[in-house]
Ligand binder design. Structure first.
Ligand SMILES: [Mg+2]
Length: 412
């Protein structure tokens, strides 16, 4: 690759949830295994299938009943959200040893800008191999790497080539776009679904190259900004940088809380974190939003000696359910807290969507919790904030009861 260009990778974990379960349950190593939303019911959805299960024809997003019909001996596991989030963070941390510029793209995909690391670690393919090997050794998950000069092309290099390669690594340089990417059928392009594919086919656009070489005005007139975006992808144009804090500054709902004194233990800090989570999730529910990026921040008391952090996690699906967000908040906190005394904590939910846009996936139990929490919100609205408090808020570390007594307190 030419020296002035960036070198960007997309790392993707194979059958992520299923791989995590297999690493944790070596007795199932060679068995077909799926993770399903509701293992007790045949209507549960397959969230992930290991390669052995896929060989029996099982696909993700089909019902468990369908999967069992194809492969009756398949091992069915219940999803363990917290575990997957922890492994995802562990993988991000492994990548961060090789470059500061790591941006989670989804729970099992990360972008890495390794431009500045190559003088230390060698060529990009060698570097990808080192990261891949370390992820496998530490988590038991097999990862694949697309390498190119920007995020969009590295994603296409991963999806179309690295995932099909024997070694799971594929480098697609700018000067090879024409002969490697352009011959592919248009449906294989990132962001082209079956509906767009039909539109393109009707226009005679059958390959990525056909789209790349179509006049932009024709595409823009027909499909607007979305069409222009796809045309740019086909031409390998993507100027967005790998940004470890990509969700900062976007629309979000969050709160910070200054604690009355320094807190020293996880069990103490867990209490205000739960209260903040409850507050933020309640705001989301009241405003009709769910979010898929959860951020946690904390700061120490000594402002001359700043300690603390702000870290975020992208979930596979948006939520506004307190218990679910809280689990993520605690996972993030426990992973990143260095043990220094804490004086200020914050919780933020971002990448918001309307909560009526119901998508089923990992959070199968969400409607049940949403109904429960809506009822709780209603009681609090009628009878005041302290009508229902979680038992933990009554302990010494609890802030909620105190706060609700404040008139004009800045948390309301
Ligand atoms: Mg994957």
């Amino acid at each position: 690759m030419k020296s002035k260009e960036r070198v960007v990778m997309l790392g993707d974990c194979q059958s992520f949830y299923a791989s995590v379960e297999k690493a944790d349950h070596p007795q199932y190593k060679n068995r077909p295994l799926v993770v399903a939303g509701d293992p007790e019911r045949r209507s549960g959805i397959v969230l992930a299938a290991c390669p052995v299960a896929k060989r029996s024809g099982i696909t993700t997003a089909e019902t468990l009943g369908t999967a069992l019909a194809k492969c009756p001996e398949v091992v069915v596991m219940r999803p363990r959200m917290e575990k997957y989030i922890q492994v995802s963070m562990q993988i991000t941390d492994i990548m961060k040893q090789y470059t500061d510029l790591v941006e989670p793209y989804s729970i099992d995909e990360q972008h890495l800008d390794v431009t500045g690391s190559l003088s230390l670690f060698g060529d990009p393919v060698t570097l990808a191999g080192m990261i891949q090997e370390e992820i496998m050794r530490k988590t038991g998950v097999y990862s694949r790497f697309g390498i190119s000069y920007n995020k969009a092309v590295s994603k296409m290099a991963c999806d179309n080539f690295a995932k099909k390669n024997a070694d799971g690594i594929f480098c697609l340089p700018k000067e090879r776009l024409q002969d490697i990417l352009w011959p592919l059928p248009i449906r294989q392009m990132f962001m082209v679904g079956s509906r767009m594919e039909q539109h393109f086919l009707r226009m005679g656009i059958r390959t990525i190259g056909h789209l790349a070489n179509a006049p932009l005005s024709r595409i823009r007139d027909r499909f607007g900004v979305n069409g222009e975006m796809l045309w740019r992808l086909a031409n390998g144009i993507d100027h967005t940088l790998v940004n470890p804090n990509s969700h900062q500054g976007e629309k979000s709902i969050g709160h910070e809380m200054t604690l009355p004194r320094d807190y020293y233990t996880v069990s103490e800090i867990a209490v205000p974190l739960l209260e903040l989570t409850e507050l933020v999730c309640k705001r989301c529910r009241t405003k009709g939003y769910m979010g898929s990026v959860i951020s946690v921040s904390c700061r120490g008391a000594d402002f001359n000696q700043p300690t603390g952090f702000s870290h975020q996690m992208k979930l596979p699906d948006p939520t506004n359910v307190t218990n679910q967000v809280y689990r993520v908040v605690m996972s993030l906190f426990q992973r990143h807290w260095d043990g220094q005394p804490v004086r200020k904590v914050g919780v933020t939910v971002s990448t918001l969507v309307q909560d009526d846009e119901y998508q089923l996936m990992l959070f199968d139990e969400r409607p049940k919790y949403q109904a429960l929490e809506k009822a709780t919100d209603e009681i609090k609205r009628k009878y005041g904030e302290t009508a229902i408090l979680r038992a933990v808020s009554l302990t010494d570390s609890g802030q909620a009861r105190d706060r609700s007594g404040k008139i004009g307190g800045h948390y309301r």
